[in-house]
Design a binder for this molecule. Structure first.
Ligand code: NAI
Ligand code: MG
Length: 360
């Protein structure tokens, strides 16, 4: 029901993390007022600040806050202060740890080209027209996690990386992608290298076996090299792309660059069920931290993703996305997306404008 309280773990982190998260919370609070939602925010320490205050990037109590929540909103972690720490005392180790502990096996990254920001991209505006896609990347299997070793071969030293996928791992991510596609324009591109790789052949068989359960979704198989080309040639032809870990790593970064600005990119990491961790794609931006000039839109759009994918609050998700679009169309820009830097507005001003637009 509308009045059901949703628990949200808020992990602001380091650098610009707390600055952008504060704006996202303002937006969520406004939706409580406008849509009758009820949120309970539980704040946790994470990353560099947790290393300083608790001696570990991922304190047990932070993990417990996440585990007892319906969703997590994460800012960003890291910074030069901790760069030379040992592995256990690095903020990024906390990121891997939290994803693993929460069983997050997929990473979802939208790449949306806003009409009024087309000049921020390196591609021609006519190529970008209508681009609004999502990459669903498998996050916990494949070659990044397979057995790795060195050995002495007949022609000198050899290095071996193995790529393993089991049918259960493939099935769960593929199902999730079908469900995401059902909430969008119902087109799914499954990306593999089935002409060469055995893991890709199992991937493709699994997609084909499951597809009849989602008859409303139109599935297409695309070879990864072709996908890399099509993303640059006709990005608007894609809606949801689902792929394995390494292909997804590369393709999601390629897709991100269609949009031109890191300050605009949101992401979700999902596991079984509706639980998810939502965060901007960008890092802690130590070069601009503390100046009040970071773009909060990536984090605000991550809230829209949370509303859509974890809570099913489709109306509010759409309202947030429309508010962002309208504020940009009205010409408001933070420094990272401004052509005339002297006209740029700050983090809280941008948050305030989006909140005001929501209320219209
Ligand atoms: P970064 O994304 O923090 O910054 C790259 C460039 O983009 C910088 O010039 C920064 O000022 C700008 N930028 C980033 N977000 C912005 C925003 N919202 N508004 C305006 N400008 C923005 O990546 P970088 O510099 O490689 O990493 C900085 C730190 O962040 C490192 O410690 C890194 O390990 C960490 N990091 C953390 C991530 C996370 O928490 N998920 C992801 C990526 C990096
Ligand atoms: Mg990457």
């Amino acid at each position: 029901t509308m009045s059901e309280v949703k628990k949200i773990a808020v992990i602001a982190g380091d650098g610009i993390g707390p600055e952008v998260v504060a704006e996202a919370i303002k937006v969520m609070k406004k939706t409580e007022e406008l849509f009758g939602y009820k949120f309970e925010f539980q704040h946790g320490l994470f990353g560099g600040i947790a290393i300083d205050e608790k001696g570990t990037p991922l304190p047990q109590e932070t993990l417990e806050i996440c585990q007892s929540s319906d969703a997590v909103l994460l800012g960003a972690v890291g910074g030069p202060k901790w760069d030379n720490n040992s592995k256990e005392l690095r903020p990024e180790t906390g990121l891997l740890g939290i994803r693993k502990a929460l069983g997050l096996f997929s990473n979802i990254r939208p790449a949306v080209v806003f009409d009024c920001l087309k000049d921020a991209s390196t591609l021609k505006p006519e190529v970008l027209d209508g681009t609004d896609l999502i990459v669903v990347r498998e996050l916990t299997g494949g070659i990044y996690f397979g057995e790795k070793f060195r050995r002495e071969g007949a022609q000198g030293e050899e290095a071996v990386d193995t790529c393993v996928y089991n049918v259960t791992e493939i099935e769960r991510i593929v199902r999730q992608a079908f469900e995401v596609a059902q909430k969008r324009s119902k087109r799914l591109a499954s990306v593999d290298k089935a002409n060469v790789l055995e893991t890709s052949r199992l991937w493709r068989e699994t997609v084909n076996r499951i597809a009849p359960e989602y008859p409303d979704v139109e599935v297409e198989h695309v070879l990864v090299d072709n996908c890399a080309m099509q993303l640059l040639r006709r990005p608007s032809s894609f809606d949801v792309i689902v792929t394995e870990n390494m292909f997804g790593d590369i393709l999601s970064d390629e897709a991100a660059m269609l949009t031109g600005s890191i300050g605009m990119l949101s992401s979700a990491s999902l596991g079984e069920g509706s639980f998810g961790l939502y965060e901007p794609v960008h890092g802690s931006a130590p070069d601009i931290a503390g100046q009040g000039i970071a773009n909060p839109i990536a984090t605000i759009l991550s809230v829209a993703l949370m509303f859509r994918l974890t809570f099913g609050y489709e109306d509010a998700a759409n309202a947030i996305e429309t508010a962002v679009k309208n504020v940009l169309n009205a010409g408001h820009r933070t420094g990272d997306i401004a052509t005339d830097k002297s006209q740029a507005i700050g983090t809280t001003a941008m948050g305030d404008l989006i909140v005001a637009e929501l209320a219209k």
